[in-house]
Design a binder for this molecule. Sequence first.
Ligand SMILES: [Ca+2]
Ligand SMILES: [Ca+2]
Length: 224
Amino acid sequence: MSRAGISLLAILPNLLGISGCAGLLRSRYAMDDPVYAEKYQEGAEKSDVVGKVKQAVDARHVAGLGGFYASGGTQWRDDAQSALVGAELGTEYYPSSWFSTRAALAGFVGHDDWYAGLDSGLRLQLPTRVTPFVGAGTFHGFSTTRIDATRDGRDNDDDGFADEFGETKTVADGWLSSVYPELGVHFWPTGQARLSAFTRYLITTEGREADDWLAGVQFTAFNR
Ligand SMILES: [Ca+2]
Ligand SMILES: [Ca+2]
C-alpha cells in the first residue's frame, strides 16, 4: 500500500472519532477544533445535563473553517430513463456558522453521455452538530452524447465494420449549464470533519424535459 494510503488509514479513526465508538457519543465531540476546544476546555459537570447537551450539539465553531471535499452521486435522467454516476472534488468554506460556500470540479458519466465542468453553490444550515441544510448551486461545463451512427457509411468505432447494428458515435453537445435547489443533512463526527447527504433538482439549458434529480453523499475534511 502507498504511503498516502497508510497515512489515510491512520488518520481515518481520528477523523471519524470512532476510537471505540465513544467519540460519537462524547458530549465534547469537537475537541479536535481549537475554537471549540477552548470554549469547552472545562467540560460540563456530570450532573449538568443542559450543559452536556449544549456542548454535544454546539457547532458554532465551524465559522471560519475551510476544507476539501469529495462527493459521489447518482443522477436520474428521466427523459432517457437512464442513470449517470459521478464525483466532485472541491473546496468548502464557512464565512459564518450558518452559511457555507463551495466550488468543485464535477464529472458525471452514463451509458449514453457524460458531462464535466465546474460546480459551485451556497448552503444555509443551523449551527448544530446534526443539521438539515438548504442550498442553491450552478453547474457550467461540457457535455457529450452518443448518438446512432448506423447510417453514415463510416466505421465510427474502428471495429472493421461500417454501420453495423448498434454502432454509435460521440458528438459534443457543447455547453451545458444548470441551476438547482438543494436539500440535505450535515453531520459532524468530529469538530473538523463533516458527512453530508444531499439531493438536487437540476434545471438545465436543455429544456424542462431534461431536468434531472441528483442524489449524493459528501465527505469534507476541514481546518482553520
Ligand atoms: Ca463499426
Ligand atoms: Ca457508421
